[in-house]
Design a protein. Structure first.
Length: 73
């Protein structure tokens, strides 16, 4: 399964929110959508934290090349 991009996750969250706001969405469906939205949100947050850490390493000049294991300066 392909990893979703941040943009794809945001779009999914918008779609979930739109569906949740509809009055005709059942309670059961609303709960399932809420759970899916929460999972999507947490995955996105985790990815953003990883990006933040990677940027900090780049700025500090301590990023290790994933392919070679060498420190990039």
């Amino acid at each position: 399964m392909k990893k979703k991009s941040i943009e794809e996750r945001l779009e999914e969250l918008k779609e979930i929110l739109t569906t949740l706001e509809k009055e005709e969405t059942s309670l059961t469906d609303s709960l399932l959508l809420f759970e899916r939205g929460l999972k999507t949100y947490r995955e996105g947050l985790q990815e953003l934290e990883q990006v933040k850490s990677r940027i900090a390493l780049l700025v500090e000049g301590e990023l290790v090349d994933d392919a070679t294991g060498e420190v990039n300066e």
